[in-house]
Ligand binder design. Structure first.
Ligand code: NAP
Length: 335
C-alpha cells in the first residue's frame, strides 16, 4: 500500500461533501479529485464547496473520464444515486480505471438476486481488473443487515430476524426529506411512489443480505410503502408540512421461507417521529434484542462507514463484494 491512499470523490451532494470532509481529516487518505455534473459545483475548489476558508487545490470536474485517467486514484468514493441501473456506467468506468469503489448506491449493497445480470457484469469486470466494489452505508449497509448478521454470531440457532428503525426525518438532509415525500399530499405521494420517484431504497437488498448472512433461506420477499400523515403542522430547516399532508414514509419488508415469515423489516422515516430508535430482535438460541436509543444517526454514520471501509475494501478479494465479505471494519481501519 502507498503511504497515503489516493481518493477521488464521485458525487458531491450533501453525502459526498461530508465524505470528502472526513477524508480530509484522515492522515492515511489523500483527496486527489472530485467529480460532479451539477454546473453549480463544477469548477469549484472542494475546500470552498465544503465551506472551508481556503482552497485545498482539488477542483470539482464534470468530466469523470478526465479525472479518472489523470488522478491515479486507489479508491473512488461514489455517491451519486440510489439506482444500480443509473450508476452502472459510472461504476464500470471506475473499474476500467483500475480503482476500487466504495459506493452509497443502495441497490449496489446486495444486488446478487434482484439485479443478477448487472451484478454478474460488475463482478466479472472488477475481477478482470483486480479491484473490489462495495455498496454500503447506514441502511442498507449497517442497521438492517450487517448489524443483525453480526449479532447472530453469538447465537447457536436463528429462526427469524426483525429490525425496526424509526427515524425523525427533521434531523436529516433535504434530499432525504424529499425522498420520503415530506410536504406532499397523499395523492402526490402515491403517484410519486408509483413512478419510483420517492421512497427508501434498499429494504429488499437488506432482506437478501440478511437471508444469506444468517442462513435464513428466504425464497420470497415483498415490501409495502405507505404515507405517514401528520395530524399537526410541522416545520424543518428546509420545508413545512401542514396538518393532513405527508410527513414521511412507512416501509415494511417481509422475507419468507416457504410459509414462514423469517425476516421482518419495519422502517419509519418521517418528520416529527417520536422515540427514534433502531431495534434488532433475533428469535433463536439465545434470543437477542439490541436497541440503539435515538437511532443510528444516518448521515454521519453513512459517511463514517464509507471511509472506514476503505482499507478493508483494498484488502478484500477482487470482484463485487458485500459487507458479508469484508473483514470486520471499525474506526481504526482508516486513521
Ligand atoms: N446506503 C446508505 O445508507 C445511504 C445513506 C445516505 C445516502 N445514500 C445515497 O447516497 C446518494 C447520495 O446522497 P445525497 O443526499 O448526497 O444525494 P444527492 O443530493 O442527489 O447528491 C448526488 C450528487 O451527485 C451528482 N450526480 C448525479 N449524477 C451524477 C453523475 N452521473 N456524475 C457525476 N455526478 C452526478 C448530483 O448532481 P445533480 O444534483 O446535478 O444531479 C449531486 O450533486 C443518494 O443516492 C442516497 O440515497 C445511501
Amino acid at each position: 500500500l502507498r503511504e497515503q491512499i489516493r481518493i477521488v470523490q464521485y458525487g458531491l451532494g450533501p453525502i459526498g461533501c461530508e465524505i470528502a470532509r472526513l477524508v480530509l481529516q484522515k492522515k492515511t487518505l489523500r483527496l486527489v479529485g472530485g467529480i460532479d455534473i451539477d454546473p453549480d459545483k463544477a469548477g469549484k475548489d472542494i475546500g470552498r464547496l465544503l465551506g472551508l476558508d481556503h482552497n485545498i487545490g482539488v477542483v470539482v470536474e464534470k468530466d469523470a473520464s478526465k479525472v479518472l485517467s489523470r488522478a491515479n486514484a486507489d479508491v473512488i468514493l461514489h455517491s451519486t444515486s440510489s439506482s444500480l441501473t443509473h450508476v452502472k456506467d459510472q461504476i464500470l468506468s471506475c473499474i476500467d480505471a483500475g480503482t476500487h469503489i466504495v459506493s452509497t448506491t443502495e441497490e449496489l449493497s446486495y444486488p446478487f438476486s434482484r439485479s443478477f445480470e448487472l451484478a454478474r457484469l460488475i463482478d466479472k469486470e472488477a475481477k478482470s481488473r483486480g479491484v473490489s466494489v462495495l455498496g454500503t452505508g447506514v441502511n442498507p449497509g449497517f442497521v438492517m443487515d450487517t448489524l443483525p448478521i453480526f449479532l447472530s454470531s453469538v447465537c447457536q440457532q436463528v429462526e427469524s430476524v426483525q429490525v425496526t428503525r424509526v427515524l425523525d426525518a427533521s434531523t436529516r438532509r433535504l434530499p432525504l426529506q424529499r425522498k420520503i415525500g415530506a410536504g406532499l399530499t397523499v395523492e402526490e405521494f402515491k403517484r410519486e411512489v408509483q413512478d419510483g420517484k420517492l421512497g427508501h431504497v434498499g429494504l429488499l437488498e437488506s432482506i437478501a443480505m440478511l437471508s444469506d448472512g444468517v442462513g435464513l433461506g428466504v425464497d420470497r420477499s415483498e415490501q409495502i410503502v405507505e404515507p405517514v400523515v401528520t395530524d399537526r403542522d410541522l416545520e424543518t430547516q428546509y420545508l413545512t408540512v401542514k396538518k393532513g399532508e405527508v410527513a414521511g414514509i412507512r416501509n415494511i419488508g417481509r422475507g419468507y421461507r416457504g410459509q414462514s415469515l423469517v425476516v421482518l423489516l419495519h422502517l419509519e422515516m418521517y418528520v416529527g417521529a417520536k422515540n427514534p430508535k433502531d431495534k434488532v430482535t433475533i428469535k433463536g438460541n439465545p434470543n437477542m434484542e439490541f436497541v440503539v436509543e435515538g437511532g443510528t444517526p444516518g448521515d454521519p454514520a453513512t459517511v463514517a462507514m464509507i471511509v472506514n471501509a476503505i482499507p478493508k475494501v483494498i484488502e478484500a478479494k477482487p470482484g463485487l463484494i458485500s459487507m458479508i465479505d469484508l473483514r470486520l471494519p471499525s474506526i481504526l481501519t482508516a486513521m
